[in-house]
Write a protein that binds this ligand. Sequence first.
Ligand SMILES: [Zn+2]
Length: 81
Amino acid sequence: MSDKGKVIKRLGGIRCPRCNKEIDFFNFSAKVEHFGLWDDINSWETRDYGDWSNLKLACPHCDKVLFTNEDKALKFLQGEG
Ligand SMILES: [Zn+2]
């Protein structure tokens, strides 16, 4: 999920195809599987994340879901989509 340390080139001027406002990030929602420990004192302690599903990446201006695939969204933001 993470690309820590990777330099991301940003072109700017990437626009939402629906509302035509400039976007450089998406709002996302996803169903995420958690793995962890449960007891009667600390309750839920997530130790790891499993599969992500139902990923939705939406325009922060108009809330239109533009992508359900991280790779395609990445290419879009980097001007290759
Ligand atoms: Zn939009």
